[in-house]
Design a protein around this ligand. Structure first.
Ligand code: HGY
Ligand code: MN
Ligand code: MN
Length: 420
């Protein structure tokens, strides 16, 4: 069996058009107009397949094929939200491959031993609130109503209120949590978002571990003043303080942390943000990641020490807040073995690897056996309008996932095997 690439690409071009920034990448935040357009399109496709559809308290979409089979399901999918001016393939590839696999299983009337559940996680990117994987953290019980009320966007509106105004039954959060015995396995197909597969000349990555991360919000308050008349030694300048902290963290990540440790400052807010005014307040976010917690902790400690030192030296008010985190995880040997066995049986050009990006799949590892299939990102570009994955790579990744589903959830003549 193979996926129908042409049909899938039709889904792709339809959904890629749902963006707030046409001609400048995909901008499709969860709970936005573009998100609603995408949900309506995908839910109509799911209805055409007679899937049993459930949209949960924060907007995760669960659509089951083979509902009548009283067995734990095999869950496949990813996310549809993007960063600002993001790429076409991040998240969406995994969702559309999963939808296409269900179409093929139905079309070919394949006798499945487990229901196949398409999952679309909400707010994976953290574009609204700066907290990644909000949907999968709620689905797996890591976040509840209190967290949704605590987490706020740049205008101070909580995730709870945003979900409510989007029309979601956000008071059902605790009722919608995934139970342990609902899912036999979860597999997410995703673009690599790095350059390893391309440089190693491989078309498929079998993910063994997913990096963990911590996101810190640092707020520095100084004394706003005239840029021309304030002598340098009388300044309380939060932008100068932020610059000292940011370059220090870069230095520590490059020279004192582990080779797998990365630290990024990608968002900074300056008020009043005028060229001729010493700022009053500067707020910036530090994104720290590693497949080894030791690297994350090393940066976290260095950051706290530096914020304390700079606020004292520069006479600033400083506040450092951990706004989101996830642990590094190892993926299931059962599922990675099933993926590798299938890949070698069908002669795919694959390699085992780690993921430097975080993924919703990581949130599922304490509830079920999880695997990930990576497909190449050309020049390793992602979270950018230049993000590109070749059609033939989407096809081979999708075919491989379909063949793994055959192995895990299709009744075999001899054994009529069931796993759980
Ligand atoms: O940031 C990430 O790792 C993911 O793309 N949300
Ligand atoms: Mn993603
Ligand atoms: Mn992403």
């Amino acid at each position: 069996m193979n996926i129908n690439l042409k049909r899938m690409l039709n889904d792709f071009s339809t959904i890629v058009s749902f963006t707030r920034t046409p001609n400048n990448g995909c901008t499709r935040f969860s709970y936005s107009y573009e998100d609603r357009q995408t949900r309506e399109y995908l839910i109509s496709q799911m209805k055409d397949l007679d899937l049993s559809i459930k949209v949960d308290a924060v907007g995760n979409i669960r659509a089951k094929y083979g509902m009548e089979i009283k067995k734990t399901s095999i869950m496949i999918g990813s996310h549809i939200d993007t960063v600002e001016n993001g790429g076409k393939y991040d998240g969406l590839s995994g969702v559309l491959v999963a939808l296409e696999i269900i179409r093929v299983l139905k079309e070919e009337q394949v006798a499945i031993s487990h229901p196949i559940e398409l999952i679309i996680f909400a707010e994976e990117e953290g574009s609204n609130f700066g907290v990644t994987m909000l949907g999968s953290k709620v689905l797996t019980g890591k976040y509840g109503t209190a967290d949704l009320k605590r987490i706020k966007n740049g205008e101070g509106v909580s995730a709870y209120d945003i979900a409510k105004s989007f029309g979601l039954s956000v008071d059902h959060v605790e009722k919608d949590v995934l139970e342990n015995e609902e899912v036999d396995a979860m597999i997410e197909l995703h673009i690599e978002q790095g350059a390893v597969l391309e440089t190693q000349n491989k078309s498929v990555g079998i993910v063994q571990a997913i990096a963990g991360m911590k996101t810190f919000k640092i707020n520095l308050e100084g004394d706003s003043n005239h840029a021309g008349t304030t002598p340098m030694d009388l300044r309380q300048d939060p932008m100068a303080g932020a610059a000292t902290i940011i370059s220090h963290i870069r230095q520590v990540a490059k020279t004192q942390a582990l080779p797998t440790t990365v630290a990024t400052v990608g968002k900074i807010i300056c008020q009043p943000n005028m060229p001729n005014v010493i700022p009053q307040r500067v707020e910036f976010f530090v994104d720290v990641r590693d497949v080894d917690s030791e690297g994350i902790d090393l940066i976290a400690n260095a950051l706290t020490e530096k914020v304390n030192a700079v606020t004292t030296e520069d006479n600033l008010q400083g506040k450092i807040e951990l706004i989101g985190e996830s642990n590094p995880v190892k993926l299931s040997s059962r599922i990675t073995h099933a993926i590798e066995e299938t890949a070698s049986e069908y002669g795919y050009n694959y390699m085992r690897m780690n993921s430097g990006a975080v993924h919703d799949a990581a949130m599922m590892t304490d509830l079920t056996d999880v695997g990930m299939i990576f497909i190449p990102s050309m020049e390793g570009k992602s979270h950018s309008p230049d993000e590109y994955t070749r059609q033939e790579d989407i096809k081979s990744g999708g075919d491989l996932l379909l063949q793994v589903i055959e192995k895990l959830a299709v009744k075999t003549k001899e054994t009529n095997q069931t796993s759980r």
